[in-house]
Design a protein around this ligand. Structure first.
Ligand code: OAD
Length: 276
């Protein structure tokens, strides 16, 4: 066992030791809820609850909320996605303390890779460098035609999303969508390139995700047996607890990373980073 106990002080002690050099982070929607972005599956506050109310479902002719992110459904009816994307457009939200913590890991030369399922780009906005972020479900950074794959102009796309106008490809007239990954599409190439590095992880933090969506959900099984895995989430998920160095902390992630920053002696930096 690498950790003295399955708690934050032991995690901090290990992180300060020379043995801990490569820190990996996996983020889900829970990392951004305090920024005001609803997650997908929490009852009451989840996306399906707040944006996709029964009346919206009916208005958009959706049988189930997930259809909004299904590529075949999008081909038939892109309107619900455009309506939702308008709500989600990056730039409207500020990063959370959890994102700032990831930035601090980078500042201390500990961060190897931050895998995120989120498309809100708040990791980048918090100052985590691009090359350390793997946007597993893509982002709003690029957009292309779903038929011929031709790229589409970013300024025009933003205008379309803002006004809720469906964008059509200049080449073939097909539907245009931001490069965020839908069900039925493969994950971006950088994701596949980054996954093997998990085998060299010294510690893995899994924050704010229900681990319901593959292949992301299977990443925690890829770190070596001796690598501590720390789950910071409101509910217990995945197979955490099955390994001797698994740490499970069920609380709001902003509170937990703040406590951990304190244990690490990074309290002032943490507050400064978050207040920037
Ligand atoms: P989910 O909504 O499925 O899960 C969010 C998790 O975060 C839940 O387990 C919550 O309990 C937890 N949570 C919420 N607020 C929290 C907080 N303040 N502190 C700690 N935990 C908190 O979101 P994801 O797992 O990210 O895919 O969803 C995965 C994918 O499903 C998304 O990327 C999206 C969706 O379909 C695509 O769009 C392709």
């Amino acid at each position: 066992e690498v950790l003295e106990a399955r708690d934050l002080p032991s995690v901090a002690k290990y992180m300060k030791s020379p043995e801990c050099r490569k820190v990996f982070v996996m983020l889900g929607a829970g990392a951004s809820t305090s920024a005001g972005i609803p997650d997908f599956r929490s009852p009451e506050i989840g996306m399906s609850a707040c944006c996709l109310t029964q009346s919206n479902l009916a208005r958009f002719d959706l049988t189930h909320p997930e259809a909004i992110f299904e590529i075949n459904f999008f081909r038939q009816n892109p309107k619900p996605f455009y309506a939702l994307a308008r709500e989600l457009l990056p730039g409207r939200f500020r990063p959370t303390p959890t994102h700032s913590f990831v930035k601090l890991l980078h500042d201390h030369s500990l961060l190897h890779t931050c895998f995120t399922q989120n498309i809100d780009t708040l990791e980048r906005r918090a100052g985590v460098p691009d090359h350390k972020i793997v946007e597993a479900h893509g982002s709003f950074a690029n957009q292309r035609c779903v038929e011929c794959r031709a790229e589409y102009d970013a300024v025009k796309m933003r205008e379309c999303l803002k006004t809720g106008t469906i964008a059509n490809c200049n080449q073939c007239g097909g539907l245009v969508k931001p490069d965020i990954t839908f069900f039925g599409e493969s994950l971006p190439e950088p994701f596949h390139r980054a996954v093997p590095f998990l085998r060299g992880a010294d510690i893995l933090f899994v924050i704010g995700t229900s681990l319901q969506v593959q292949p992301f959900a299977s990443l925690p099984s890829l770190v070596p047996e001796h690598c501590p895995r720390v789950l910071i989430n409101l509910e217990d998920v995945g197979d955490f607890g099955s390994r001797s160095d698994d740490v499970i902390i069920l609380d709001k992630c902003d509170n937990v990373v703040r406590a951990l920053a304190k244990e690490l002696g990074w309290e002032e930096e943490f507050d400064a980073a978050w207040q920037e």
